[in-house]
Design a protein around this ligand. Sequence first.
Ligand SMILES: Cc1cc2nc3c(=O)[nH]c(=O)nc-3n(C[C@H](O)[C@H](O)[C@H](O)COP(=O)(O)O)c2cc1C
Length: 352
Amino acid sequence: MHLGSLTLPTDLILAPLMDVTTPSFRQLIYDLGGVGMVVTPMLFVPQFVAAPKTILPHLERMEKQRPFSLQIVASGRNPDQIRTTLDYLSAYKFDVLDINAGCPAPHTMKSGGGGGLLKEYHMKGSMERLRTVIETCVKYAHTPVSLKTRLGYLHETEILDLLPLINDSGLDFLTLHGRTIKQKYSGEANYSMIRTVQEKLSIPLVANGDVKDYHSYQRIKSETQCDAVMIGRAIMFDPAVFSRIQGAKLAIEQGKEPISAPSFHSLDEIRSYLIQIEQYIGESSKFWNTERFKLAEFRRLAIWLIKGIPGYKKVRAILSKINDFGHLRDYVFGDQISADFARGQELSDDSN
Ligand SMILES: Cc1cc2nc3c(=O)[nH]c(=O)nc-3n(C[C@H](O)[C@H](O)[C@H](O)COP(=O)(O)O)c2cc1C
């Protein structure tokens, strides 16, 4: 499929998720198939300028995960910093430069970038900083440039005021999450507002918010008429969500019933994901390949993946207390974990 000048293998994009979509986790998702493009979690321009070496580990595996989009956060107060960052990045091969204009996290807002760019419009009626960020990126990036934003800071209609800027400043596409900054993750993504934007937009649209399976993918596509769909939080439970959706599309094309996503994973499946993650971390630079990171990545993924298995709450409590990677590994691949699921199930049955 085409997104502006880009050709993507599918219309499914992996969302940037800070501290979640690490290079190793991205690789797992990528290798499971179905992903049209991956996006790095946000990388802060001032950090690029002050200490670029601390940013480079986040770009690991870039060449193995194409098409690859690199997301930056900039406040627009210092366009020279954006230019320096883009000069630095010109030595690297990636496919899209994405501007974060929607993150509600306090440290991002405080930096003036991310959702801070929408706040400026809401508070002062000014889109100058947003304009500076977009125009500087479009002028100096060596790749297509996209903008990822939300419907507004406080009101869902604020995005409509920004559309002339978005349409006319040389952006290649827009990614729109159907919530406001103030909403954070509460309520439901507003697909009908995304559709209103789509009708007035002259560049391609990626719709985002609450997609977790084929059914919700279909819904966002038909209700927003978007060109592509971005999926974030769902990958924490189902790293194979992209290949599942692609599989469902194929089944439907062939007149078959799509296989629905499982409500929980088998222990064998979970173990196979963890073995892959361990392998990718083993191949990583010293920055990632530490006991501390391995423990955090492995434990976090194990805790997400076991969700829904009968008795998982007991196992989750045990996993969260193990503070040594070797012990964690022994536990996940040993016999005790099955006994603990069974015990957890008995306990939850008792409490019914
Ligand atoms: C833990 C976490 C980290 C996130 N980090 C980023 C980020 O670095 N950049 C960004 O633009 N959005 C970030 N987001 C927002 C997601 O990319 C996405 O827009 C949002 O989760 C809605 O999509 P979903 O309903 O499919 O999860 C993050 C969200 C979560 C939950």
